[in-house]
Design a binder for this molecule. Structure first.
Ligand code: C5P
Length: 234
């Protein structure tokens, strides 16, 4: 599995996003388009960024009844993104409907990844608000196994869980891991975080990095630091 850094383009508008991507002269980073940008601008921002030569992870985290998710995925399959996702907590029938909806008539489809537990969720929240008595690792592993059994390609989890997911589901099962911060960086609303270098050691396949790059004084050098620490063998 080739490792890569995905930049979370959590911006509120088209111009801000394209100005940001314009900083990366001669480079085409893999980008994540999430709810904020997609809801603000609409599907055309996906096509515009794709046409500029970027790979796209469309992070809309679908979570609804199987019929609704399956039909929504069918619509998203026309956007020609490389990766999209849903919540594993929607359960197996929903994940199978999503996979079927996403698969185009010619049999091709984007990668489909299931969110296990958001990286902002703490073990305490798991217990007291979600009423899940299993540990964070066991919960993530169980959701990952369900996703794998439904034929999905991988999961979103914290880098801290990447190793146990690979042990449970195999090394080909993709781990996409947000919750990445440089040592000493601002954690913000994330709870289960680690550095790009540690994420590599733990076996993440893709790190998703937002504010440490987008809010940096020098986004290009912050991105290059992520590539060096996460992708390059030292
Ligand atoms: O700015 P930051 O690096 O925290 O951005 C992380 C990105 O990854 C955000 O766009 C967030 O929506 C997304 N994400 C996450 N945890 C998940 C799934 C997605 O933080 N489990």
């Amino acid at each position: 599995m080739g490792k890569d850094v995905i930049i979370a383009c959590d911006f509120a508008g088209r111009n801000e996003t394209l100005d940001f991507l314009g900083l990366f002269v001669g480079k085409k980073p893999f980008v994540k388009i999430g709810m904020e940008l997609f809801y603000a601008v609409g599907p055309e921002i996906v096509c515009e960024i794709k046409n500029r030569g970027h790979k796209i992870f469309l992070d809309l985290k679908l979570h609804d009844i199987p019929n609704t998710v399956g039909k929504a995925m069918k619509v998203l399959s026309n956007l020609n993104v490389d990766m999209c996702n849903l919540h594993a907590s929607g359960c197996s029938e929903m994940m199978r409907a999503a996979l079927s909806g996403l698969t185009r008539p010619d049999g091709t489809r984007p990668l489909l990844i299931a969110v296990t537990q958001l990286t902002s969720i703490t073990p305490q929240m798991l217990k007291t608000e979600l009423l899940i008595n299993s540990s964070m690792n066991d919960t993530v592993i169980s959701y990952a196994k369900n996703a794998a059994a439904c034929g999905l390609d991988g999961v979103v989890c914290s880098p801290l869980e990447a190793g146990v997911v690979h042990n449970a589901c195999g090394t080909q099962f993709i781990t996409v891991t947000p919750g990445v911060r440089f040592a000493g960086g601002d954690v913000g609303d994330q709870a289960r975080v680690t550095t790009p270098e540690r994420a590599r050691e733990l076996g993440s396949d893709y790190i998703v990095v937002g504010r440490p790059i987008t809010a940096s004084d020098n986004p290009v050098s912050a991105y290059e630091r992520c590539i060096k620490d996460f992708v390059s063998e030292v």
